[in-house]
Design a protein around this ligand. Structure first.
Ligand code: SAM
Ligand code: SF4
Length: 329
């Protein structure tokens, strides 16, 4: 198992399939994009599947989420999902995506064994979408969401980040729309993981503010019994349910104590936390012929040293060198 010195066990693996993206969300990437990883540095499809196999069969991983950058840009995605779905014991498989291209691939991904998707959409307004992502692709995301629901990749979750003065007043409209379309909406507090290091705590739209904005239009009741567990979102029933809304308060109410995550970057580095400043290199081990046991040992050692918390409230907090898009959000 992947345990750490604070008594947590990681069972949820986040795999970044690429650091590239076709959007440029202002809270994530600069307009000009980033220096992408070179192709030879990326894990191949076979290397990714081997590492997930080790994680599932030797290290107790029960959930695998593919992310990025934009994971739908990875040409081998459907094949990777298919091979991971064939592992024993079969893990739950999900995908976090910006939804562009999902209209074409949702059915194939479902057939390959993908269980669920989270699609990121911050606004219902194409003009605001263009301001936020610097691309005119709002309709692609909406079509991708529809395709995901029709393909049975359910429950389809929608991730939204609110930016003050840009889309924060849209929170209740986003919720009404999500409820009407049978999507489960989760707001994510903006974290200091942007490549430009432009995050300011004073600009943060907090979970408390989000709750207040939603409560002006909806009756929100905490889910009983609380099922948060290791799940990062605090969830409420909307107008008595069954629709729900979640808020991931990574900054103001972090869930570090219950964190069950481990991360693998597209270039084969294990990270024990989004905010970690160290990584452990599995790619070199894989490419130098290391046994599964040896790789599992390296992975265990990487997780053992996981810190108790993100350190966000520490005055000496330093943003990790890699931005969210290169870590895998
Ligand atoms: N490109 C895919 C997408 O946008 O869903 C997957 C990668 S993206 C890094 C994963 C999630 O992280 C998205 O829901 C995105 O909104 C969120 N995200 C990106 N930068 C963030 C930040 N600085 N703070 C909070 N969430 C962020
Ligand atoms: Fe791309 Fe996702 Fe980052 Fe937006 S949040 S720039 S879609 S990786």
């Amino acid at each position: 198992m992947l345990i750490d010195t604070h008594g947590r066990t990681a069972t949820d693996l986040r795999v970044s399939l690429t650091d590239r993206c076709n959007l440029r969300c202002t809270y994530c990437m600069p307009e000009e994009g980033l220096q992408w990883l070179a192709k030879p540095d990326l894990l191949t499809d076979d290397e990714i599947v081997r590492l997930i196999d080790i994680a599932v069969t030797c290290l107790g991983i029960t959930e695998v989420r593919f992310t990025g950058g934009e994971p739908l840009l990875r040409p081998g995605l459907v094949g990777i999902v298919e091979r991971v779905a064939a592992l024993q014991p079969r893990p739950q498989i999900s995908l976090t995506t910006n939804g562009i291209g999902l209209e074409r691939t949702a059915t194939a991904l479902k057939a390959a064994g993908l269980d669920r998707v989270n699609v990121s959409l911050d606004t219902l307004r194409p003009d605001v979408f263009k301001t936020l992502t610097r691309r005119n692709r709002h309709h692609d995301v909406v079509d991708g969401l529809t395709a995901a629901r029709e393909a049975g990749l359910t429950p389809v979750k929608v991730n939204s980040v609110l930016m003050r003065g840009i889309n924060d007043e849209e929170a209740p409209d986003l919720l009404a729309w999500a409820v009407a379309h049978d999507y489960e909406l989760r707001f994510i507090e903006q974290m200091p993981l942007d490549a430009q290091h432009g995050w300011r705590r004073s600009d943060l739209v907090t979970a408390v503010e989000i709750f207040e904005k939603l409560s002006a239009r909806f009756t929100l009741t905490p889910e009983v019994p609380s099922v948060r567990g290791s799940a990062p979102a605090e969830r409420w029933l909307v107008d008595g349910g069954p629709a729900r809304v979640g808020v991931i308060a990574s900054v103001t109410r972090p869930f570090c104590r219950a964190c069950d995550r481990t991360r693998l970057t597209a270039d084969g580095q294990v990270r024990n936390c989004l905010f970690a400043r160290e990584e452990s290199d599995l790619r070199t081990a894989v490419r130098s012929g290391a046994s599964d046991q040896h790789i599992a040992e390296l992975w265990r050692a990487a997780m053992w040293g996981k810190k108790a918390g993100s350190g966000l409230d520490d005055p000496a907090f330093l943003q990790p060198e890699r931005p969210m898009s290169a870590i895998g959000g």
